[in-house]
Design a protein. Structure first.
Length: 265
């Protein structure tokens, strides 16, 4: 039987969602692709994969998608892995390098720069190397594992989920599973099962990933349990809808599309 293709982001923050597909009982269900967030979105848009963990902003740009309900990579407080690192206060930033693997975080940053910091710097996309980014720019936007490992002594640090919360009183949703309508996926149950397996394996994930990232196991476990929220609950959905409406208001997307979920049966 032909397997659907699934694009997974191999960042620490998304591993609990994907762990069943990578190591657990769901590992034979899909043909797996491992890509950074921006590439996941491109593969889904091009029809090269059937399902992907995509930056949430890409749902407004890619037609004919459904969202798998209930699951996300979100943050209700500080996220710790989506950071604006700057040599000057945010309101004084003139030039900014943005991580080329990011889409949602760039949009979020553009909104915050305008409505919170009253700044409109020149933004260029760049590979995620903090030293190189800051060499020629006032500031850098970095995400994922690079942000968790970044050395930030003597710099201004802005956690974008915390800044969004201060501005809007809402949580922020960075990514979710999206399915092409043509895939005809009948149910999202395997995605929930993969996450349940990931939750049961958090200690093992932390032990393995602490070695890869050079962080303590306690740091990794705290990040996965305190900073990242995996629900697409009512509160997170309210934050997501507000993000979409502001992205449309600031012309970061061409239109606003209502959320369309895969049937839960």
């Amino acid at each position: 039987m032909h397997k659907l293709k699934l694009s997974i982001v191999y960042y620490l923050n998304s591993l609990p969602l994907s762990w069943g597909f990578i190591r657990g009982p769901q590992r034979e269900l899909f043909e797996l692709d491992f890509s950074p967030p921006s590439r996941c979105a491109d593969l889904l848009a091009e029809g090269k994969v059937d399902v992907g963990l995509i930056p949430t902003i890409e749902y407004q740009r890619i037609p004919d998608l459904k969202i798998i309900p209930g699951l996300a990579v979100a943050s209700k407080f500080r996220v710790k892995s989506v950071l604006l690192i700057s040599k000057v206060p945010a309101q004084n930033i003139k030039t900014l390098a943005a991580d080329s693997s990011s889409r949602t975080s760039v949009c979020l940053l553009e909104i915050l720069l305008r409505c919170r910091f009253k700044a409109e710097p020149f933004i260029q996309s760049q590979a995620p190397n903090v030293n190189a980014m800051l060499q020629a720019n006032d500031a850098a936007l970095i995400i994922g594992d690079v942000a968790l490992k970044a050395r930030t002594d003597g710099l201004f640090i802005y956690d974008l989920a915390a800044e969004w919360l201060s501005q809007t009183r809402k949580p922020f949703v960075f990514a979710f599973w999206a399915v092409r309508n043509s895939a005809q996926l009948r149910s999202g149950s395997s995605f929930h099962a993969s996450y349940e397996f990931g939750k049961s394996e958090l200690e093992a994930i932390a032990a393995e990933q602490s070695k890869r990232l050079g962080l303590s196991q306690a740091q990794v476990l705290s990040y996965l349990t305190q900073n990242i929220d995996y629900a697409l609950d009512r509160e997170n959905l309210e934050g997501l809808v507000l993000f979409y409406r502001l992205a449309r208001e600031y012309r970061l997307v061409d239109s606003y599309r209502e959320l369309d979920f895969l049937e839960t049966s």
